[in-house]
Design a binder for this molecule. Structure first.
Ligand code: ZN
Ligand code: MN
Length: 155
């Protein structure tokens, strides 16, 4: 498994392109999500956006996050600790660290053979699938594993 580098695609869907009026709060929320890969909660987004727009309310952040999800500009990820939001709307897998809770994007390719197996067994039409991996991230692994990961990263 490889972690997706921070690089983002140049082609960006705009608010207007998805039928949403550009407000300062909406713009700031979307910018904030696009600038991070931590898959944050609404509270995290609120704390960041408040630095730029001190009068923004948590309610405004929640409402705008829902609207951005509805417009297809964000993906909402259900999480035991509350919803998390992802500006990377391409279909990709995730790794969740059970220790620090951080959610990482993975570059593992989507396996079309899985579609081919699931479809005939269920009679369902598969449009896409995403897989969830759980474990300890490199930062949270034992010192030995951490050293090995660092060594591999250099190689
Ligand atoms: Zn971790
Ligand atoms: Mn993601």
């Amino acid at each position: 498994m490889r972690i997706i580098p921070k690089k983002r695609s140049a082609a960006r869907e705009t608010l207007a392109g998805r039928g949403l009026r550009t407000t300062r709060a909406r713009r700031a929320i979307l910018d904030q999500l696009r600038a991070t890969d931590v898959h944050p909660t609404a509270e995290w987004v609120f704390r960041q956006v408040r630095r730029r727009l001190p009068r923004v309310s948590l309610g405004t952040v929640y409402r705008n996050l829902r609207q951005l999800v509805g417009a297809g500009l964000l993906v909402e990820r259900p999480d035991p600790g509350g919803s998390r939001f992802d500006a990377n709307t391409s279909v990709h897998h995730h790794f969740t660290c059970v220790r620090c809770g951080r959610v990482y994007d993975l570059t593992e390719p989507i396996n079309p053979a899985l579609h081919a197996r699931v479809a005939p067994r269920t009679g369902f039409t598969v449009h896409y699938h995403r897989m969830e991996f759980y474990g300890r991230c490199a930062n949270c692994s034992s010192p030995r594993t951490r050293r090995r990961a660092a060594w591999r990263a250099r190689a």
